[in-house]
Write a protein that binds this ligand. Structure first.
Ligand SMILES: Nc1nc2c(ncn2[C@@H]2O[C@H](COP(=O)(O)OP(=O)(O)OP(=O)(O)O)[C@@H](O)[C@H]2O)c(=O)[nH]1
Ligand SMILES: [Mg+2]
Length: 193
């Protein structure tokens, strides 16, 4: 660790670390979104389906996010729950053009919301209604209705329409996530003042 890092740590200037889980069905665009949130010189040009999960990092103005980018493939979805305890926020990505699998996305969301490590926590959930550029995409309002998001009463949540290829809608989501994570995390107490 460099001298500047040590000094900023001692002075309390270092950004808070936040653990985020990125969930959603395979092919919804999770890795593409996380990749786009990294600085341009750290972005990968070639996105491939995630095997298991990968750990990625990006920053907002006041937080350092460590993201567990989980594979959405059926055979890996049982891995998700092992990371719930450590997650301080969730990004849930939906392919807005995949109407056939919207019901599967809802089932996975319901399973997540009813999990003992999530159920009683006010963990913020950011939804990306992704792939808005596709002709078949339904609106974020429709996605919200299909997933019955209005039934989530005990957690802060927000839905953003996004096009991860162009990066549209992502910053709005991260700004919301930053605000809510600071509000709901006791370890960020000093940042609320
Ligand atoms: N048109 C369009 N394509 C997208 C968008 N976001 C992602 N994609 C494409 O969707 C495909 C899947 O993207 P990934 O980011 O690998 O999806 P994932 O959710 O990480 O998938 P898994 O790792 O298998 O769970 C890729 O071909 C992306 O280029 C988008 O907003 N619009
Ligand atoms: Mg992926």
């Amino acid at each position: 660790m460099g001298l500047l890092d040590r000094l900023s740590g001692l002075l309390g200037l270092r950004k808070k670390e936040v653990h985020v889980l990125c969930l959603g069905l395979d092919n919804s665009g999770k890795t593409t979104i996380i990749n786009k949130l990294k600085p341009s010189n750290a972005q990968s040009q070639d996105i491939v389906p995630t095997i298991g999960f990968s750990v990625e990092k990006f920053k907002s103005s006041s937080l350092n996010f460590t993201v567990f980018d989980m594979s959405g493939q059926g055979r890996y979805r049982n891995l998700w729950e092992h990371y719930y305890k450590d997650g301080q926020a969730i990004i849930f990505v939906i392919d807005s053009s995949d109407k056939l699998r919207m019901v599967v996305a809802k089932e996975e969301l319901d399973t997540l919301l009813n999990h003992p490590d999530i159920k009683h926590r006010r963990i913020p959930i950011l939804f990306f209604a992704n792939k808005m550029d596709l002709r078949d995409a339904v609106t974020s309002v429709k996605v919200s209705q299909l997933l019955c998001l209005e039934n989530i009463k005990d957690k802060p949540w927000h839905i953003c329409a996004s096009d991860a290829i162009k990066g549209e809608g992502l910053q709005e989501g991260v700004d919301w996530l930053q605000e809510k994570t600071v509000q709901s995390d006791p370890s960020c107490e000093d940042m609320k003042r």
